[in-house]
Design a binder for this molecule. Structure first.
Ligand code: DX5
Ligand code: ZN
Length: 228
């Protein structure tokens, strides 16, 4: 199974690995270097053991680029604050299955507020948890590390999960992006693409490199090679 031809490869550098003291410059630099989306990791110190940023910083990122902002909410009760991220400039808003007892309603709430929705699965959550809402989703994000920190090792069990989701989406002829986040870099991006993902978050593999354009070009080449 591979990404379908109408699903272009999207590279979404995660600003978590950027220099926050120079955030606007870092965002502009990856945009210039060939990023397709900017991935913004929001962590609340409760759902995940790390605390990052809120809507005010999303607004600053919005002002620094015209690229789509892919905002990943690793927060409890996202339905209470997701509108504030959309007002700040989020184009896509991801909520974790594990934080949404009323997932179907929360996905509709994101669309009603004017953004694309994304449903996110932790490594220990099976693909079956999102199967009932696939027809209501714009995007599914398979976490390939336990969320909270950058620079972790890719969890191999993510690959069959991506492949299962790709099968369901293709069989039903749905228009749903499959995104993968965590440990994506040379050696893992191609395998995730071959399994059926088409959106790739990369933090360390972009911001950890001296030449962002070369890093993004290498990642794109490996992903495209795996789906050709
Ligand atoms: C982890 C975040 C990721 C993280 C990825 O909780 O959701 O977006 O920044 O970092 P790397 O690419 O370094 O694994
Ligand atoms: Zn993320």
């Amino acid at each position: 199974m591979s990404a379908t031809p109408n699903r272009p490869i999207r590279l979404a550098p995660s600003i978590l690995a950027s220099d926050f003291g120079r955030l606007a410059e870092e965002v502009a630099a990856v945009a210039e270097a060939g990023a397709d989306w900017i991935h913004v990791d929001v962590m609340d110190g409760h759902f995940v053991p790390n605390l990052t940023l809120g809507p005010v910083v999303v607004e600053a990122v919005r002002a620094a680029t015209s690229l789509p902002l892919d905002v990943h909410l690793m927060i409890e009760a996202p339905e209470r604050s997701l509108e504030s991220y959309i007002a700040a400039g989020a184009d896509r808003v991801g909520v974790h299955v594990e934080t949404c007892p009323h997932l179907h309603r929360t996905l509709a709430q994101i669309r009603e507020a004017g953004a694309r929705n994304c449903v996110v699965l932790n490594p220990s959550t099976p693909a079956a948890a999102v199967e009932p809402v696939l027809s209501e989703a714009d995007q599914v994000l398979v976490m390939s590390v336990n969320p909270g920190f950058g620079g972790q090792r890719f969890i191999e069990g993510s690959l069959p999960k991506i492949a299962q989701l790709r099968r369901w989406i293709d069989e039903r002829e749905l228009d749903v992006e499959i995104e993968v986040d965590g440990g994506i870099g040379p050696g893992t991006i191609g395998r995730a693409a071959a399994a059926g993902a088409n959106v790739f978050v990369a933090g360390t593999a972009v911001f950890g490199k001296p030449d962002y354009a070369a890093a993004l070009a290498d990642l794109r080449k490996e992903a495209e090679g795996a789906t050709a």
